[in-house]
Design a protein around this ligand. Sequence first.
Ligand SMILES: Nc1ncnc2c1ncn2[C@@H]1O[C@H](COP(=O)(O)OP(=O)(O)OP(=O)(O)O)[C@@H](O)[C@H]1O
Ligand SMILES: [Mg+2]
Length: 387
Amino acid sequence: MAELSLTNLTKSYGQTPVLRDVSLDIAHGEFLTLLGPSGCGKSTLLRILAGLEVQDSGNLSIGGRNVDGLRPRARDVAMVFQSYALYPHMAVAANMALPLRMRRLSAWQRLPLIGRLLPGTGRTKAEIETAVASTAEALGIGHLLSRKPGQLSGGQRQRVAVGRAMVRDPAVFLMDEPLSNLDAKLRVQMRTEIKELHKRLGVTFVFVTHDQAEAMTLSDRVAVMLGGELLQVAKPQDIYADPADRRVAEFVGSPKINMLKAVVRERGRAETAGATLTLPVEQPPGTQLTLGIRPEAFQLAGRDRQDVLRGYVRLVEHLGSDLFVHLDLPGMDEPLIARLPVEQAAEAAVGRMLELTVPTERLLVFDEAGRRVRHSAHVVSVREYAR
Ligand SMILES: Nc1ncnc2c1ncn2[C@@H]1O[C@H](COP(=O)(O)OP(=O)(O)OP(=O)(O)O)[C@@H](O)[C@H]1O
Ligand SMILES: [Mg+2]
C-alpha cells in the first residue's frame, strides 16, 4: 500500500495555476525527490502534503487514510523547512521539544506555573526531554542544546531543524531544500547524513531540491516537476538515460544534452546536421524529430564509417579525466558538446575536423511536441508492399 497517495491535485494562487493535476503514489519507506527549477511548485506541493496549504481539487491520503481537512498536527508527517524556521529566542532544546510539547501536553499543561501542578505534566516533560536528548545525541548536536539558533553555524542549524522533525517520530518526513543554505562541502557531507538517516529510520522521505546531483544521489525515485506538472517519475538512472520528455532530458545532465533537429528520409533513417543516422525507431518519411544525444554517447569514428557527424572543433575544456569538446556542425545554432577521453586530446584539437558516431540505441528520439518516441510507427515496409 502506498504511504502517500496524491490524486489529481491542483492549486492556483489567484489566476495563476501552480499545480496542474498532480498524481503520484509514494511507497512506504521510499526516498522520493521532487526535482524542478525555482518556482515550479515544489514547496507548494510539500506544504499541501504537510497540511499547511489546501489544494483546490484532488485528494491526498497518508498511510491509507484520507487526510483532506486534517490539520497539520493530526497528520503523521514532519517537515523540515527551506529556511529551517527555528525560533530565535528559544534554545536548541526548546526548539526541538516544541512539536512534542504541542502534541503531548494540553494548553493548560504548557502553562509555566499551573501546568506544573497538573497530573502527568512532570512525567511527560521528562519523557520529552529524554527524546530530545537522544535525538540530539544521534545527530551530534548534544552539546548545543542550551544555545540559541543565532549561535549556531548553518550546518548545526540544519541538524537542529532535522532533529525537531525527528523527535516527532513521524511516518513521513517532508524536507524542503534542507541543504540549500549550506556551502558546497557541507552540502555533500549532509547529503550523506540524510541518506544514512533515511536508512536508519526506514520511514518515507519526500525531499525537495532543484539540485540534480542531490536528487540523483539520494533518491529511490525522482519526480521531475516543471510548471506545476510532474513530467516523469522514475529511478534516477532512468530519468537520465531514458527520459520520457524532452524537458526532462534537458533539465537533467551537465553539460546539457545535445538536441539535433532531424527529418526522417527513409525507413528508420533520418537526416541531421549534414549526416544521415540510423534511428532506434521507424517513423514515416518526412516526420520532423529531435534527436537527444548525451555528450558521453559520442565516439570518435573509425575510417570509412557511415553514419558520422562531422564538425570543426571550436573549443576544448580539459577536465582532467575527460575533455568536453565543442564542435560546430552544419545547420546547428548551438555547438555540439562531446565528452571524450583525454587520450584523444591530440585528435580533438581546436580547428580540427572530427568525425563522431553514436550507437543507435543511445539516440533519444523526441516528437515535435517533445514527447519521447519509443516505438516505431507502423510503416509499410518495401517487402510487405511488394507481397
Ligand atoms: N502564497 C502565495 N501567493 C501567491 N503566489 C504564490 C504563493 N506561494 C507561491 N506562489 C507562487 O507559486 C509558484 C510556485 O511556488 P513554490 O514556492 O511552490 O515554488 P518552488 O518550486 O518551491 O520554488 P523554489 O525552488 O524557488 O523554492 C511561484 O510562481 C510562486 O511565486
Ligand atoms: Mg521552494
